[in-house]
Design a protein around this ligand. Structure first.
Ligand code: BEZ
Ligand code: FE
Length: 292
């Protein structure tokens, strides 16, 4: 028996027997990862003691998850999202100094080549929804304005759909845009108040949520990728704190620091100055970038 062969498989020695076989792996990181996965997986199986039928049900679930994937639908990422693993990987990879804005999940609806606009532009291209102005500053951790920051923003409409989910119904690039800060680090743009929406729930992940008594909804939010030379790129959202799903996001993306101030402004003079016909939502949020 070679050194990496640990004898015949037994229930008691299962981890050592299996991981021992990997002792000649050329990729040390892969061997490390597979050691942990094997150990934790065997531990779970020993605790759960699945029947053969239950184990086959798990295999069928993963098979259906794979079959659901195509160029525009990634059911495994959705599974990772609803298990909280996407947020955990994000948290581990985006540890920031105190005071810097926090990351959250990217999600599947980002489009790389959104139009670049002047500050103040309305990114709602179909005039549907409640008017909203979003404004704030891009700062460093010492409170100085960050000039030349690129703000890539996208959001769902007032019915909870992204443009890419309603091709032909919404104009292309509806509720998306890229803005660049000037010397004072301020930003502002017009949009419409987003609505909560379900993550794609017509596949095995949606069925799993249903069987677990969980809903598929994400609270209303705006997505951002904010990048600037010399700073860590920030991938995040801001959330409406009054949303009915704010405490039960299906993908665990909400962080307390990302709750924005959504204030209803009813002053007709202010609405007129903004170019709105009536009351609008005034949303303020400052983003703080950490140095790279
Ligand atoms: C999103 O917010 O766009 C999203 C995030 C995770 C899963 C599905 C959608
Ligand atoms: Fe989203």
């Amino acid at each position: 028996m070679d050194a990496h062969e640990k004898g015949f498989f037994t229930e008691a020695d299962s981890v050592e027997v299996v991981t021992g076989r990997n002792a000649n792996a050329k990729d040390a990181r892969l061997a490390e990862v597979m050691e942990v996965i094997t150990r934790k997986l065997h531990e779970a199986v020993k605790e759960i003691e699945p029947t053969q039928d239950e184990w086959f049900e798990a295999i069928q679930f993963l098979t259906r998850t794979g079959h659901m994937c195509n160029d525009w639908r990634q059911e495994f990422i959705l599974l990772s999202d609803v298990l909280g693993v996407s947020m955990l990987v994000d948290a581990i990879n985006a540890r920031r100094p105190t005071g810097a804005s926090e990351n959250t999940v990217l999600g599947p609806f980002h489009v790389a080549d959104a139009p670049e606009y002047e500050m103040g532009t309305n990114i709602c291209l179909d005039q549907k929804g409640e008017d909203m102005v979003v404004r704030g500053r891009i700062l460093d951790t010492e409170g100085n304005p960050v000039a030349g920051a690129r703000i890539d923003v996208w959001q769902a409409n007032d019915e909870g759909f992204y443009d890419v989910q309603q091709k032909g119904l919404q104009p292309d690039f509806n509720l998306r845009g890229v803005f660049t800060t000037g010397e004072d680090g301020t930003y502002w743009f017009k949009a419409v108040k987003p609505k909560f929406y379900p993550i794609p729930d017509d596949g095995p992940v949606g069925q799993l949520l249903g069987r677990l008594g969980r809903h598929p909804f994400r609270p209303a939010h705006l997505h951002y990728i904010i990048s600037a030379e010399g700073y860590d790129t920030l991938t995040t959202h801001i959330f409406d704190p009054d949303d009915p799903y704010i405490n039960s996001d299906a993908v665990f993306g909400v962080k307390e620091s990302l709750l924005a101030d959504f204030r209803k402004e009813s002053d007709p003079a202010k609405a007129a100055a903004m170019g709105f016909a009536g009351p609008y939502w005034d949303v303020s949020f400052d983003f703080v970038l950490a140095r790279a």
